[in-house]
Design a protein around this ligand. Structure first.
Ligand code: BDP
Length: 706
């Protein structure tokens, strides 16, 4: 009886039909079938040198990871064991010394030591050991043994941070996965287990910083009452190597300091910030620093006092400098009263300030010049400010890519931007080289990702959006990583190594972002989503408070065509790019079709590369996106028995929502643009079921994340 029961259990575990709510993310440690002896011995015979809270975490992690061995317990045999210790603590001959020397403090080495027959994880720091431990466990789970050459890894970017757009009332701006995981009301007296789990998940992918608060900042977080709470979180995160940052509201000296001004050149204001910084560092000695959104979308900033962005940034930089802090000053500055194309405003404002920022300031630039669209050309500031460290800001949360229910694996979007050649120093001046500092010789490097995490049990709403958090971590560590490898690794860690599952689903993931572009904003269309909450189509959005928040501003559709002319005959935003790009993108012959309507106003009947008209191409792209979203349902259904039922059904229902909404996008956009093109919808395209008025009347209520 006992035997039958255990057999049943093994079958259950192997099929993974046991309920899985996804809380464990990519740290599933599910049982490995047929583990090889190196996997078994690494998980059973271990020696961990050293003593610190971080070393304790390593020990705990290794304990957790033993779950991978369940079905193989009996196979245990002595083989190579796992030795984890700092370089100075290893008492071994013939270790690859020169490669180890080259590691940065956070880097690690994993190699097989022939003499002692041990698998060794080493680093200069305990944090590096923690990163190395996670890597070894990931290799064990995915069945990738360490090659004879060993693995020597150092992060290419120093500050790898998540930006939480979380408000103190626990709503999350552009957050679609529940409320903020920071329970400010209960802090500091209650420390939720989720804070530890959050830090552990981040450490497992090399994230080393967290900005706890929204860029649309609340000065309250800088008061003692809240600093106590921030300190409590920082204390939890420290052993995981995660520093805490806060957003600084520029007008804080007025709001909580009772000063008459927040002028960055006023000495009282400066002293207020200096004292505020001293106070913060008393609570949190390793506080990371500030992130600032100024002079943008109603936020206060140096413009209020006719000062520059550099004046503002430098004042805060001086305040945190004695404590080793940094300032991440956002370049997302634009104004509805500036008559210029929004695309051009950040460049026009920041480029002249090149070299004017203090050494502990880094300018945080969104990947594109408008706003996290499904596809944008890279931001022209990358490569254009050689004397100023620039960091990347990606949006992991899907404000413009279908919120939480649309599958969109974002690594291809991130990779596309990072691989883009800016040509600012000749061929091969990729954005990634700006970000890792190599293009202009900067050591101060950083990347930010706007988090997609909330109180949803699986953290991110869609199970597959965990992959975007994971991918962000991997790309922040190494901006040259490939989307494909990331997808494969994530799938194997999160679901199963079964190639019948991994291969088709990897393909589905890799295509998903392009699919979203197809059914939302093909051929360079942008910002045509519904007003304010940005959920669903809204190409008709016009008027209102700000033209630069409307769809008609961006698509410029009329009887004569569609698209934003950013060439010399239009806003000439193109002049902000290096000459080879200007030349290529200026001409209708050579502009990549995916950027066509981003840079050009094109007539509906103009033939594109395939000889068909712009209108037909547009319609076909929309249809393609819809078809792909439908195919995904079929692909996913064929996976039913390969993974657990809980995640299977959850994902299935989201894929169904995505397909319905892809159709909604297609129908609404074709109906709207069709009134200008006056051309028939091509035969291959499914006809919209309703008239324009019907789509315009759809007004979803209480959409989250505003
Ligand atoms: C836009 C969002 C808005 C943010 C802003 C920003 O719609 O909620 O506050 O960006 O990045 O994408 O500051």
């Amino acid at each position: 009886m006992k035997f039958i029961y255990s057999l049943f259990l093994v079958i259950l575990v192997n099929l993974q039909v046991v309920a899985n709510d996804g809380y464990k993310l990519w740290l599933q440690y599910y049982p490995i079938e047929q583990a090889a002896s190196w996997q078994v011995s690494a998980l059973t015979d271990q020696k961990i040198l050293g003593n610190s809270p971080t070393i304790d975490l390593i020990k705990k992690e290794l304990e957790n990871a033993k779950a991978m061995l369940e079905p193989n317990k009996k196979k245990h045999q002595k083989g190579n064991n796992l030795l984890i210790g700092k370089v100075g603590d290893l008492n071994l001959n013939h270790i690859p010394t020169s490669q180890i020397e080259q590691l940065t403090d956070e880097g690690y080495a994993i190699f097989n030591h022939i003499g002692s027959r041990q698998l060794i994880v080493t680093s200069k720091t305990d944090l590096g050991l923690l990163y190395g431990t996670f890597k070894v466990l990931q290799l064990i789970q995915t069945g990738n043994s360490v090659s004879n050459e060993g693995l020597f890894e150092s992060p290419k970017v120093k500050h790898r941070v998540l930006n939480h757009w979380d408000n103190l009332d626990r709503t999350v701006e552009r957050g679609y996965s529940g409320f903020s995981i920071w329970n400010w009301h209960r802090l500091p007296r209650h420390i939720d287990q989720q804070y530890h789990d959050y830090a552990r998940a981040n450490a497992s992918i090399g994230i080393n910083g967290t900005v706890l608060t929204n860029v649309n900042a609340n000065a309250l977080v800088l008061t003692p009452e809240y600093l106590e709470k921030v300190k409590a979180l920082a204390d939890v995160f420290r052993p995981y190597g995660i520093k805490v940052y806060l957003t600084a509201r520029f007008s804080s000296p007025i709001e909580i300091g009772k000063l008459p001004t927040a002028d960055p050149l006023d000495s009282e204001v400066q002293s207020w910030w200096n004292e505020k910084a001293n106070e913060i560092y008393q609570y949190i000695p390793d506080f990371g620093g500030f992130v600032v959104k100024a002079d943008s979308e109603g936020q206060p900033g140096p413009h209020n006092y006719k000062r520059t962005q550099a004046d503002g940034a430098n004042m805060l930089a001086d305040a945190v400098k004695p404590h080793g802090g940094i300032v991440m000053w956002r370049a997302f500055v634009y104004n509805e009263h500036t008559p210029d194309d929004r695309h051009k405003q950040a460049y026009n404002e920041f480029k002249p300030l090149d070299g004017k920022f203090k050494e502990n300031v880094i300018v945080q630039v969104k990947n594109g010049a408008i706003d996290f669209q499904p596809r944008e050309p890279f931001h022209p500031l990358f490569g254009a400010m050689p004397q100023t460290p620039l960091m990347m800001e990606f949006q992991i949360t899907q404000e413009y890519l279908g919120h939480d229910t649309h599958l969109a694996f974002l690594a291809p979007l991130f990779e596309e931007v990072l691989k883009a050649d800016t040509y600012t120093q000749g061929n091969g001046s990729e954005v990634a080289k700006v970000i890792d500092g190599s293009l202009h010789g900067h050591d101060f490097t950083a990347m930010a990702g706007v988090a997609n995490i909330g109180t949803d049990r699986n953290w991110t709403g869609h199970h597959f959006h965990q992959a975007n958090w994971f991918a962000y971590g991997r790309l922040a560590w190494n901006p040259y990583s490939s989307s494909e490898e990331i997808a494969e690794e994530w799938l194997k860690l999160t679901f199963t190594s079964n190639s019948d599952f991994v291969n088709p689903i990897k393909k589905m993931m890799l295509n998903s972002r392009e699919m979203v572009v197809n059914y939302m904003t093909p051929l360079g269309l942008h910002h045509i989503m519904a007003e304010s909450h940005h959920y669903g189509p809204g190409p008709w959005v016009t008027g209102g408070r700000r033209a630069d928040w409307t769809a008609t501003y961006y698509h410029q559709a009329s009887e004569d065509g569609v698209g934003f002319d950013r060439t010399k005959t239009g806003s000439n935003a193109l002049e902000q790019y290096a000459t080879p790009l200007q030349e290529a993108w200026e001409s209708l012959e050579t502009v990549p079709e995916e950027y066509l309507l981003w840079f050009h106003h094109v007539s509906w009947s103009a033939p594109l590369k395939n000889g068909k008209s712009l209108w037909d191409n547009l319609a076909l792209h929309y249809q393609k996106g819809v078809d792909e979203s439908r195919e995904n349902i079929a692909i996913w259904k064929s996976m039913e028995r390969k993974i657990d039922h809980e995640r299977y059904t959850h994902v299935l229902s989201f894929l169904q929502i995505q397909n319905q909404e892809a159709i909604w996008w297609k129908d609404a956009c074709l109906t709207y643009f069709g009134q200008f093109s006056q051309m028939p919808i091509p035969e291959e395209v499914e006809k919209p079921l309703h008239d324009l008025e019907y789509y315009q009347r759809i007004k979803p209520k209480n959409v989250p994340g505003i």
